[in-house]
Design a protein around this ligand. Structure first.
Ligand SMILES: Nc1ncnc2c1ncn2[C@@H]1O[C@H](COP(=O)(O)OP(=O)(O)OP(=O)(O)O)[C@@H](O)[C@H]1O
Ligand SMILES: [Mg+2]
Length: 269
């Protein structure tokens, strides 16, 4: 008996807890002709592999700017972003973003060609493999029968699903989503949230999502980072693992919503 404990210690435990992405004292600024606009101030957080990490805050608090910095499209004025311990210096196929706009899909390419395109352009795979992967991911988001349509023939929800398939087909280390469902009607938005969670259950990708909806943050996230208004600073980090579609409208869900509202918009007292 005495020799057993050290043998059953799970070897993967330290690996699972290792942060995949680290944001360290990240300050972001934009230089406009009139003045310097500070978007975030010394923001710190860590994202673990498999997290559904949500950045939540009021309009203008720097959520999109944070995603741009993680994506490598915006250079920090101070601080840094580390992916697997390596500083992010520019965009890369290990970080793929999905945005809220309906028109993020080139309209002259079919759904299939839209999903294939980044795979081919990044030389991640050859023609045959790109086709196979694209079809696989279209099937995963329920669009196998729509591969040969053009984007104009799709509903808003379907376009969002194509964008998600296109991003996940690239097998990024992190999927970045900036208000991906904000332009959808309320019912479609709820359905897309459920679909995204179902896809996550299957695939366990790492997600960093931005929203200004408290409900969406609690539904989608296992961890939620609250940012104070402009310039964004970390106000709090909350565990949202226990909330999901089944808890929508529950007393605990409502209480947490009110608490977040107070943290975001209430007094500091
Ligand atoms: N290209 C830019 N040039 C100058 N200022 C910018 C630029 N992009 C963003 N900003 C400013 O930086 C701040 C943060 O903007 P950001 O878009 O990151 O906010 P956000 O939290 O995503 O807001 P929203 O919820 O409205 O999308 C804002 O004050 C905004 O005006
Ligand atoms: Mg934004």
């Amino acid at each position: 008996m005495s020799a057993v404990p050290h043998l059953i210690e799970p070897a993967s435990a330290p690996l699972a807890a290792r942060p995949l992405l680290k944001v360290e004292a990240l300050s972001l600024e934009y230089a406009t002709p009139q003045r310097l606009v500070r978007a975030t101030h010394e923001v710190d957080f860590e994202v673990l592999e498999g997290d559904r990490f949500v950045l939540l805050g009021a309009s203008g608090c720097g959520k999109s700017s944070l995603l741009k910095a993680i994506g490598g499209f915006l250079q920090p004025s101070a601080g840094r972003v580390l992916l697997d311990g390596v500083p992010v210096r520019g965009p890369g196929p290990d970080r793929i973003a999905v945005f809220q706009e309906f028109d993020q899909l080139p309209p002259w390419k079919t759904v299939l060609a839209n999903v294939e395109f980044p795979l081919l352009a990044s030389r991640r795979c050859g023609r045959a493999e790109a086709r196979e992967r694209a079809l696989l991911w279209l099937a995963k988001v329920g669009l196998a029968d729509f591969a040969h349509l053009y984007p104009h023939a799709l509903s808003g929800g379907m376009k969002a699903r194509v964008a998600i398939a296109r991003a996940l087909a690239m097998a990024p280390r992190v999927l970045l989503m900036d208000e991906p469902f904000a332009a959808l009607d309320a019912l479609t938005r709820r359905r897309m949230q459920d679909e995204l969670l179902a896809l996550w259950e299957q695939e366990r990708f790492t997600l960093i999502a931005v929203t200004h909806s408290i409900e969406e943050a609690l539904l989608l996230g296992n961890r939620v980072l609250l940012l104070s208004p402009h310039p964004g600073r970390v106000r709090a980090e909350l565990d949202a693992e226990r909330f999901g579609p089944a808890s929508l409208g529950s007393r605990e869900f409502q209480a947490q919503t009110q608490r977040i509202h107070r943290l975001l918009f209430g007094s500091m007292a």
